[in-house]
Design a protein around this ligand. Sequence first.
Ligand code: ZN
Length: 505
Amino acid sequence: MYITTPIYYVTDAPHIGHAYTTVIGDALARFYRLAGQETWYLTGTDEHGLKVARAAAEAGLSPQELVDDISQRYVRVWESLRISNDDFIRTTEERHRIGAKAFLQALYDNGDVYLAPYEGLYCVSCEDYYKEEDLLEGGLCPIHHRPVEHFSEDNYFFRLSKYSERLLAHIEANPEFVYPSTRRNEVIGFINQGLDDLSISRAQLEWGIPIPWDESQVTYVWVEALMNYATAVGYGYDQAQFDRRWPPTHLVGKDILRFHAVIWPAMLMAAGLELPRRVAAHGWLLVGGEKMSKTSLNQIAPDDLLGTFGVDGLRYHLLRDLSFASDGSFSWEGMVERYNADLANDFGNLVNRILNMVEQYRDGTVPARTGAEPVDVGLKNAAGEAVEALAGFADLGFNDALLGVWRLFGAANAYVEETAPWKIAKDPEQGQRLDEVLNGLLEALRVGAILISPVMPEAAAKLWDQLALPGAPDEPPYTETAVFGTFPELTVNRGAPLFPRIEAE
Ligand SMILES: [Zn+2]
């Protein structure tokens, strides 16, 4: 599984919207690794283009200085969010330059590139042309509400129009290619309106990758950025690696779906490459009802949330409270509520309670169960259902899958209430039953630690330590390790609570 996020444009500092896509990709990558599949997870930064050149000039820096600084901010924020990317591509790297030139040459050699005059209205913030009728009143960009600029020059064009039929046929034959289906219909509608050929170069710009056969032009930043998915895994310089990783699964926000589900696949067809397995477009993370953007000043930096919710609290919220396909609202109150209900109460409290009882009644050590079945088969069944629920990650159904995993904690909480170990502990004749009840509960925690590991890697590892288990919760394949059996005879240690309650104030 080769999973990608978009590469983030370095004129924007990392915010929670970037974190959303990247956490989704990370949970997916960790899930596939946990399932035992070879997985490669890529993210990175998009560092060329007019907007970068201008931002650098405004800041009194060279473009390279600006991109070095901001790309490092992304590297650091992904580290702080425990993102397990295998690679981080920067489009100013030599490997990308080599690969992108090879890709352009392939398009050219295939006869799909021609030179023609171009005149149009350009939004520098979008790095994109607009038609007059798409602009807001007063000639403003519909996204940025800023004036567009009139550009007129000779550009190289890619024969996008030539690929309409083949794109439609591919989308028709591969219902999973564009996800979710509402977005798929949107893409089909867009192609059916007719595709124009695409300008892929700029004449009046230096900060970019030169067109290999005409160095007076540089590659249009969007087209060049798309190529990162191929150049990062060896296209143009390491064919063996490329063959091993390709094709990718792309995760994107719905606003950049057309680039990924129309332009990019057409480019791949022209270059003779296999199309992505899937282009999955998630909804927007809204703050106060609006998409986060630099211009609307509603950005939230991940660091602002980590102090209160921790890495796992933030990751859990993004995956549990938002549905992949739809827009979701971010609110502090909602986040506190979710944290307290699911993490502090249902899960953290359960862990604390069980470990506390094991220490109190058995000095931390419960013998392994001797019978073939646990005293309550219900707990075993709940664990089996939780394991099945986790498979929903493959279909990007994170919220439902987590709901399914949490049913195991619900079942364990109910089991504690039903069996009331504090009562059994008073009866010396029920010693074996107490052992069996506690063993079942410890086993439920062991299975739980494995199942939460793609979303909450820190809590999973801490719980694993508290249970004194050897190895790690994320050792594959979970379909074998997370089978409910008997908990081994180990001396557990309670440790600090995993998720201390957050006061709403
Ligand atoms: Zn714009």
